[in-house]
Design a protein around this ligand. Structure first.
Ligand code: GTP
Length: 513
C-alpha cells in the first residue's frame, strides 16, 4: 500500500496532442497500469521540494536494501566513477550520481521491479537505457548543465509504451511485438489507434506520478519536431534514433540515418559519433546491470562507422544520380512544354504568330501604351488577287506563296515587332513604339521586296504578288481598344483594295478612312 500521497502534476503539462477522453478513462481504469513503490514516491516528493539534497534522497533509498545496493553499484561503475575510490554508503552514492540520475535510477529500477519483464519490455528498456547514455553524452557537448535532466528524460521516454500495452493488451498483440516496427512507425500506428502516441501517454503518466513537470514535458517532447533552439530537447530527440541504430539488425544502415541527422542539426554536427558510440559501449554494461538487464552484444563501433560512411557515400551518389536524372527529365518536360506553347501560338503554314497570339499581344500592348503613354502602329496586309492565283496555279502553289511571304515578312521586322497571319491571305504586323511614318517606311519595304522577289515559280516562270496595306497608329485616332485600332488599319487596307490594290494607306490621311 502506498503510504505517501502522490502529487498529480498532469494538469500543468502541455501535451503536443491532448489525450482523447476515452484513453484517459481507460488508462485510469487499467488495474495493471504501472505504479511507483513508496520509495520512488518519496524520492519524487523530495525532488519537488524547494531544496532537495542528496542526503534526503539517500535517507529515502536506504529503506529499500535492494535499491540501495543497486544505487551503490551504479555509483561505483566506470560510468560514474572517475576515481578509484569506491563508495559504500548510499549518501556517497547519491552524491556521486547527482539528483537527476538518482531519480532516474530509482524510477527505472522501481518500474522494472514492479512489472514482470518479458522480451518486449526488455527491448523497450534497453532502447531507453542506450538512449539515456547517448542523450547524456550529447548533452555534455551541447548543454552540459542539463546533462542529468536529459539523461532522466531519455531513460523514461518510452514508459508510455508500458502504459498502453497494459491498458490495451489486445491491440498490443499486433502493435507491440518482437518484430521491430521502426519507432516512427510505432508512433504512427499508436496515433491511428489511440489518437496520440506513447510519448504523450508517458508524459501524462509520469506527471500523474508526480515527477517534476519539466521532466514530464521532456518525455512529451521526445517525438516532437527537432528543435535546434532547445539543445536539451534535441539531445532527447536524437537519442532515440541512436538507440534504434544500436539495437538494429542492420546497425550500419540505421547509423546512416543518424549521421544524416547529425549533419543536419547545428551543434550536433560537431559531435564525434565515434566517441559517442564508444561511450555507450563503455557505460552500457553497468547501467544495464544496475537495472538487472542483459546488455546486447557490444558492437565494433570502428568498423560499423566505416561501413555506415561507405553506405552513406553510396547513397549520396545514388541520390545525386537520381537528382540529375530528375533534373534532366524536368528540363526535357520544360522544353516540351515550351515547344507546345510555341506551337499553340504559331501559324503552321507560315511559322508566324497565329491570330490568337496576335490578339493577345495586341491587347497587352494596347494596355501598356495606355498606362505608360506609349505608341504603336499596326500594319494590315492583304495579298492581292489571291483567289485568282489559287485558281490559276493551284492551291499548293498558293500555300507556297503564303509560306514565302511569311518568311519575307519575318525577315523584314525588327526585334520587338510581331508579325502574324490574321487569316487566309491577311497578315498583321505590330510595331511597338513606331509612329505612322515609320510604319509607312516599313510597308514600303514590303512592297519593294515583293517587286524584287518572286514568291513562287511556275515552270521557271517567276510569280510576283502585290499587297494592299493599311496602317493605323495609336496616337492618330483616339482609339478606345485594340479592336478599334485593327479596324482602322483594316479599313485603310480596303480603301487600297477599292482604289486599285498594290498600295499603302495610313489612317487619318486624306481619303484613307
Ligand atoms: N492556298 C491557300 N489559299 C488560301 C488560304 N487561305 C485562304 N485562301 C484563299 O485566298 C483567297 C482569298 O480570296 P479573296 O478574299 O476573294 O481575296 P483575293 O482573291 O485576294 O482578292 P482581293 O483581296 O480583293 O485582292 C480565297 O480563294 C481563299 O480560298 C490558304 O491557306 N492557302
Amino acid at each position: 500500500m502506498q503510504v505517501i500521497q502522490v502529487k498529480d502534476n498532469s494538469k500543468d503539462l502541455v501535451l503536443v496532442t491532448e489525450l482523447p477522453p476515452f484513453l484517459v478513462a481507460d488508462l485510469i481504469k487499467c488495474p495493471s497500469l504501472p505504479t511507483l513503490p513508496s520509495v520512488a514516491i518519496k524520492i519524487l516528493k523530495i525532488a519537488r521540494s524547494e531544496n532537495p539534497s542528496v542526503n534526503d534522497y539517500a535517507n529515502a533509498i536506504e529503506h529499500d536494501p535492494a535499491l540501495t545496493m543497486r544505487i551503490i553499484t551504479l555509483a561505483n561503475s566506470a560510468f560514474f566513477s572517475r576515481t578509484p575510490t569506491r563508495v559504500s554508503a548510499c549518501s556517497e552514492a547519491t552524491a556521486r550520481l547527482g539528483l537527476d540520475t538518482t531519480l532516474a535510477a530509482v524510477m527505472s529500477f522501481s518500474l522494472l521491479q514492479n512489472k514482470g519483464i518479458d522480451a518486449y519490455y526488455q527491448r523497450v528498456w534497453m532502447r531507453s537505457i542506450i538512449a539515456s547514455l547517448a542523450a547524456r553524452q550529447l548533452a555534455i557537448n551541447l548543454c552540459p548543465d542539463m546533462a542529468g535532466q536529459v539523461f532522466t528524460a531519455s531513460l523514461l521516454q518510452d514508459i508510455g509504451i508500458i502504459a498502453l500495452r497494459e491498458t490495451y493488451p489486445k491491440d498490443s498483440n499486433t502493435l507491440y511485438t518482437e518484430e521491430a516496427l521502426s519507432h516512427r512507425q510505432l508512433s504512427e500506428s499508436e496515433q491511428r489507434l489511440f489518437g496520440c502516441d506513447h510519448s504523450q501517454v508517458g508524459a501524462w503518466l509520469a506527471a500523474k506520478w508526480g515527477v517534476p513537470v519539466a521532466l514530464a514535458q521532456r518525455i512529451c517532447d521526445s517525438h516532437s519536431e527537432y528543435d535546434i533552439a532547445s539543445p536539451d530537447k534535441l539531445c532527447v530527440q536524437l537519442s532515440g534514433p541512436i538507440a534504434d541504430a544500436w539495437l538494429s539488425s542492420h546497425p550500419a544502415q540505421s547509423l546512416v540515418t543518424v549521421i544524416r541527422e547529425f549533419e543536419t542539426y547545428q551543434g550536433a554536427h560537431t559531435i564525434s559519433l565515434r566517441l559517442l558510440l564508444e561511450n555507450i559501449k563503455q557505460q552500457l554494461p553497468a547501467l544495464a546491470d544496475m537495472l538487472q538487464m542483459v546488455a546486447p552484444p557490444l558492437l565494433d563501433n570502428e568498423s560499423l562507422l566505416s561501413e555506415a560512411q561507405q553506405l552513406l557515400f553510396k547513397q549520396t551518389l545514388q541520390l545525386n544520380a537520381r537528382l540529375e536524372s530528375q533534373q534532366a527529365e524536368l528540363a526535357s518536360l520544360r522544353q516540351r512544354q515550351d515547344e507546345l506553347e510555341e506551337r499553340s501560338r504559331t501559324d503552321r503554314l507560315t511559322g508566324l504568330a497565329n491570330r490568337a497570339w496576335l490578339e493577345e499581344q495586341l491587347q497587352k500592348r494596347f494596355l501598356l501604351c495606355q498606362e505608360q503613354s506609349l505608341i504603336m502602329s499596326v500594319v494590315f496586309i492583304d495579298l492581292d488577287h489571291f483567289k485568282k492565283l489559287n485558281d490559276k496555279y493551284g492551291h499548293q502553289l498558293g500555300d507556297q506563296v503564303l509560306e514565302r511571304f511569311g518568311k519575307a515578312l519575318q525577315a523584314l521586322i525588327r526585334e520587338g515587332d510581331l508579325a502574324g497571319r490574321w487569316g487566309g491571305e491577311e497578315f498583321l504586323v505590330i510595331l511597338p513604339d513606331e509612329d505612322a511614318r515609320a510604319a509607312q517606311v516599313f510597308a514600303k519595304r514590303i512592297a519593294q521586296r515583293l517587286e524584287k522577289t518572286p514568291m513562287a515559280h511556275n515552270a521557271q516562270e517567276p510569280i510576283h504578288v502585290s499587297v494592299s496595306i493599311g496602317i493605323a497608329c495609336l496616337d492618330d485616332g483616339g482609339f478606345g481598344s485594340a479592336d478599334e485600332l485593327i479596324d482602322a488599319a483594316d479599313k485603310c487596307m480596303y480603301f487600297i483594295k477599292r482604289t486599285g490594290r498594290g498600295g499603302i494607306a495610313v489612317y487619318g490621311e486624306r481619303g484613307a478612312q
